[in-house]
Design a protein around this ligand. Structure first.
Ligand code: CDT
Length: 297
């Protein structure tokens, strides 16, 4: 909470310099990278949290990052809290090309947690208090020699996220996340956080023949331990690079987007094998509707 945006931007630029030394073309930063993960804190007056939100991008603190990235010829993706001119609050991630131009903006679709204060928890997960659900879905953009999409944290757990982008030919999905190790509604899941993280992103990559880049704001923030294990996943579903620490750490991989064809053009050739005429229930209903009771029940 006490760390300034300026100090955070220093850390992001330091990673940028490490990236330049490794000839990186695109650097992905985590969700809500510029601030603490403030949804862990309740404030009575919602407007008192507006100082965590960016009203401009680039803004005063982030202009340096855009300038330095353009100077180095490195594109980047950055997550932050967005307050729009007409008063909407979104959990947002942008895609910036190698000249410093923003070519894509994604707003989080699946907003987890709760909207009311729940003091029984060790810490809050008030994303549903602070953020609106994006109505925009999952667009993709042409850039970096291919088709790029974005998703944010909880989105990665939902197969629909990947498939909607897969249906638009996505080749590279960029995902920032903040995943507390402790899941208060069911702590039996705590020990599985790393497994679930890899499970969903590896499956999403393989089933849609796309690269997936998952980037954590991990480690201890304000006493809350969050999952690290940032990773780069190939269209085969294999992890090709993974963070070893919970600190500021750069991982890199050569992502040959042509590898996507091996999966998109064979086992997951959607045009040949998908059966949309029997999938209507997926978009036609929100919650579970079970079968009618058995006649002898
Ligand atoms: N940031 C984010 O979406 N985190 C959630 C935490 C679990 S839901 C309380 C996640 O899916 O990792």
């Amino acid at each position: 909470m006490d760390e300034s945006r300026e100090h955070v931007v220093d850390r992001l630029i330091d990673l940028l310099h490490q990236a330049a030394a490794r000839d990186v073309e695109l650097l992905v930063y985590p969700e809500l990278a510029l601030t603490t993960f403030f949804p862990r804190w309740w404030v009575e007056d919602r407007a008192d949290a507006d100082h965590w939100f960016e009203t401009q991008m680039p803004g005063q603190a982030t202009k340096r990052l855009f300038d330095e990235a353009a100077h180095l010829g490195i594109g980047f993706s950055l997550g932050y809290a967005e307050l729009t001119p007409d008063g909407h609050h979104y959990n947002t991630q942008i895609l910036v090309d190698r000249t410093g131009q923003t070519i894509g903006k994604y707003r989080k679709v699946h907003i987890p947690g709760h909207a009311d204060h729940q003091p029984w928890r060790k810490f809050q997960h008030l994303e549903r208090y602070y953020f609106e659900e994006s109505p925009d879905g999952f667009p993709v953009w042409r850039g970096f020699g291919g088709i790029v999409g974005m998703m944010i944290c909880n989105d990665r757990r939902w197969p629909e996220t990947y498939r909607v982008m897969g249906m638009q030919g996505v080749e590279l999905i960029l995902c920032g996340y903040n995943t507390p190790i402790n899941y208060a509604p069911d702590p039996s899941q705590d020990i599985l956080q790393g497994f679930h993280n890899a499970l969903v992103m590896q499956a999403g990559a393989y089933q849609n023949g796309t690269w997936v880049i998952g980037v954590a704001k991990g480690g201890n923030e304000e006493g809350v331990e969050s999952l690290a294990q940032s990773c780069i996943i190939a269209p085969s579903g294999q992890i090709v690079a993974q963070a070893l620490t919970t600190g500021d750490e750069l991982i890199t991989a050569t992502c040959d987007l042509d590898w996507c064809k091996r999966y998109k053009g064979t086992l997951f050739d959607f045009g040949t094998y998908r059966r949309p005429e029997v999938y209507g229930i997926i978009t036609g209903q929100k919650g579970v509707v079970g079968p009618p009771p058995a006649a002898d029940a």
